[in-house]
Design a protein around this ligand. Structure first.
Ligand SMILES: *[C@@H]1O[C@H](CO)[C@@H](O)[C@H](O)[C@H]1NC(C)=O
Ligand SMILES: *[C@@H]1O[C@H](CO)[C@@H](O)[C@H](O)[C@H]1NC(C)=O
Length: 264
C-alpha cells in the first residue's frame, strides 16, 4: 500500500507542467522551470514572423528568431541558438525545457504578404515549480506550538487550514496554543504549481531518538574516514615499497652488467 502511494506521489511530481501562453494576453505568462512552454503566435503560414527579446525596455534589442512559412531555421534564429529543444509547429513556438534565461519581454512582429506590419508583446516569467512540502512542529516551554512549513520553488505563497477551516496567516510558520488539537495542513502555491501537506498536531517527543540518530551517523562517518585513511596509508606504503624494489633491482642489474663488461 505504501509503495503504491509512493509511486503515485512520484508520478504526480514528475508530471509535465505544460503552459500555454498566447501573444494576445496583457498579463504575464508564467512558465515552469524545466517544463514545457507553448507560445501561441499566429497562423504562421500567413505571415513572416520575427520573435525578438527586448532588452532594457526597448533601448536595445536582443537576439531575433525569424520564422518563415511556419518554419524556423536554426541559422536564422539567434534567440534559440544551440537549443534543439525549441521548435515551431503550426504557429506555436514550443520550448520543451524552459530555463531561467527564457524570462523576459518578447515582441512578436508579423509581416503580412501585403506589406502590413503589426506587433504584439508578451512578458514571460519563469518560476521553479514547488517541490515536496514539509511541515514540522516545535513546542516551547511557554506553551506555544510553532508549526513551520517549507518547500522549494519560487515566489511561494503559504496558506494554512486547521481541521479544514482556514487560519488567517500567510507566513511560512504559525504559532498555536499547544493544546490545539487536530490536523493542520499547509498549502503552498506559486504561479505554476501548488502542493500541500497535512499532519496531526502533536508536540514532538522524538528529541532523544534524533540525538541517538545523529550520534550513530557521526560514528559511521568516523569509521568510514578511518577506513579511508588506513587505505590511503596502505596504498602509499605498498607503492613506495614497489618503487624501492624497482630501484634495487635496477642497481643490481647495472652492477651485473658492468661486471660482465669487465670480464669480457
Ligand atoms: C495547450 O494547448 C494544447 C494544444 O492546443 C492542448 O492540447 C493542451 O491541453 C493545452 N494545455 C494546457 C495546460 O492548457
Ligand atoms: C497544423 O494545422 C493544420 C490545420 O489547422 C492541421 O491540419 C495540421 O495537422 C497541423 N499540423 C501539426 C503538425 O499539428
Amino acid at each position: 500500500m505504501m509503495l503504491i502511494f509512493g509511486l503515485m506521489l512520484l508520478l504526480q511530481t514528475a508530471a509535465c507542467l505544460e503552459v500555454n501562453c498566447s501573444f494576445d494576453r496583457s498579463d504575464p505568462c508564467y512558465a515552469a522551470l524545466e517544463h514545457k512552454l507553448n507560445l501561441l503566435m499566429v497562423d504562421a503560414r500567413e505571415y513572416d514572423l520575427h520573435l525578438k527579446k527586448r532588452i532594457n525596455n526597448n533601448t536595445a534589442d536582443g537576439p531575433v528568431c525569424r520564422i518563415k512559412n511556419g518554419r524556423m531555421r536554426m541559422s536564422e534564429c539567434d534567440l534559440y541558438n544551440n537549443r534543439p529543444e525549441v521548435t515551431v509547429i503550426n504557429g506555436t513556438l514550443i520550448i520543451k525545457r524552459v530555463n531561467r534565461s527564457d524570462s523576459g519581454d518578447y515582441r512578436l512582429t508579423l509581416y503580412n504578404s501585403n506589406g502590413t506590419v503589426t506587433s504584439r508583446d508578451l512578458q514571460v516569467i519563469v518560476e521553479a515549480a514547488i517541490g515536496s512540502v514539509e511541515v514540522s512542529i516545535i513546542c516551547f516551554s511557554s506553551g506555544v506550538m510553532r508549526v513551520s512549513c517549507s518547500s522549494e520553488g519560487d515566489q511561494l505563497l503559504y496558506n494554512w487550514t486547521l481541521n479544514g477551516g482556514p487560519l488567517m496567516d500567510g507566513n511560512s510558520s504559525i504559532d498555536l496554543d499547544e493544546r490545539t488539537d487536530g490536523d493542520i495542513s499547509c498549502s503552498v502555491k506559486n504561479h505554476v504549481s501548488h502542493a500541500q501537506k497535512t499532519i496531526r498536531l502533536v508536540c514532538p517527543t522524538v528529541c532523544s531518538v534524533s540525538v541517538v540518530f545523529v550520534l550513530v551517523w557521526c560514528l559511521q562517518l568516523m569509521v568510514l574516514f578511518g577506513l579511508l585513511g588506513a587505505f590511503h596509508i596502505y596504498m602509499r606504503h605498498t607503492s613506495g615499497k614497489k618503487e624501492e624494489d624497482e630501484k634495487v633491482r635496477m642497481r643490481r642489474f647495472r652492477e651485473r652488467h658492468e661486471h660482465t663488461a669487465e670480464d669480457s
